[in-house]
Design a protein around this ligand. Structure first.
Ligand SMILES: NC(=O)c1ccc[n+]([C@@H]2O[C@H](COP(=O)([O-])OP(=O)(O)OC[C@H]3O[C@@H](n4cnc5c(N)ncnc54)[C@H](OP(=O)(O)O)[C@@H]3O)[C@@H](O)[C@H]2O)c1
Length: 278
């Protein structure tokens, strides 16, 4: 069993989160156990799942089989939109599926403003956090308006906001807002989900050639140097190793600036103002 020496980021509640992990969206339950087992074996200690991904049981089986002590692992899962009226029930169902005694980070998956149930859900998470079963709480896909509403209504600031974030969609205003409030930003779709030409852009391929790294490693490094938490998804063992081999080089200011200049506000996923998932 290897170790990766991934730096940790301290959240506004004092807890630590490994800055790099593995995401498992669209990893079928049938293969997720193999994928997570390989990642843990390679040295990953941070897994990002969600009840919506329907692979919490497989993630839990891989964790149980790994023999890694629980306090070395960081597991995030998320409250799905249709469960916002029953956050405690959904949380305990996730805990049961994962086969864990505790979830490190529990997120409200989407703000679903058209339903008006996110503040109630957030109140539920506030009741859970700090119990032996839940260390940290946060949100995902929340825009400034949605974060402001949570803080105004409850006074409790999320520890993390997990948002679509990659060089083609950089969310600068939202990132600044989060930084001002101590909300850590986590990127989903960090590699542009493999459906854009991001990894072929000269700013990325040029830096890759200069450092003897791959385009994916350069993009992951760009996230890390911006202080973002990142968990690229892959089902391939070689890519898990590749995506984690990003702590032995640094992009120069000019290389960072060239990638910063790729922002095109090119959103790949749902619009948080209207997305319901239905
Ligand atoms: N909160 C939310 O609403 C939300 C939404 C989406 C995702 N997420 C989370 O964020 C995680 C990551 O985002 P994502 O899965 O959407 O997209 P992503 O990590 O940006 O991209 C994944 C894609 O990139 C490919 N890939 C991975 N490593 C690569 C490499 N080294 N070189 C070339 N291609 C590579 C993968 O292919 P292979 O698998 O074939 O290697 C896959 O097609 C998810 O798994 C999930 O945990 C959260």
């Amino acid at each position: 069993m290897s170790e990766l020496h991934v730096p940790a980021i301290q959240l506004n509640d004092g807890n630590l989160i490994p800055q790099l992990g593995l995401g498992v969206w669209r990893v079928d339950d049938a293969v997720a156990e193999r994928v997570v087992s390989e990642a843990l074996e390679i040295g990953y200690r941070h897994i990002d799942t969600a009840s919506f991904y329907q692979n919490e049981r497989a993630v839990g089986r891989a964790i149980a089989a790994s023999g890694i002590s629980r306090d070395e692992l960081f597991v995030t899962t998320k409250l799905w939109n249709t469960d916002q009226r029953d956050p405690h029930g959904a949380f305990h169902a996730s805990l049961e599926r994962l086969g864990l005694d505790k979830i490190d980070l529990y997120l409200v998956h989407w703000p679903v403003p058209t339903k008006g149930t996110a503040v109630g859900a957030w109140r539920g998470l506030i009741e859970l956090v700090g119990s032996p079963e839940c260390d940290s709480i946060g949100v995902s896909n929340f825009e400034i308006e949605h974060l402001t509403e949570l803080q105004r209504e409850t006074g409790v600031v999320a520890a993390v906001n997990q948002i679509e974030l990659h060089p083609l969609h950089q969310r600068r205003e939202l990132r600044e807002f989060c930084a001002d409030r101590g909300i850590a930003v986590a990127a989903w779709g960090p590699l542009g989900q493999g459906i854009t030409d991001l990894l072929q852009r000269p700013a990325v391929t040029g830096a890759a050639a200069a450092h003897g790294k791959t385009p994916a490693q350069v993009v992951i490094r760009w996230h890390l140097q911006h202080g973002t938490i990142v968990f690229p998804k892959t089902t391939h063992r070689e890519r898990m190793i590749e995506n984690a081999a990003v702590f032995d080089f640094a992009l120069s200011e000019a290389e960072m600036a060239a990638i910063d200049a790729l922002d095109a506000q090119h959103r790949l996923g749902g619009d948080p103002y209207v997305f319901t998932g239905e």
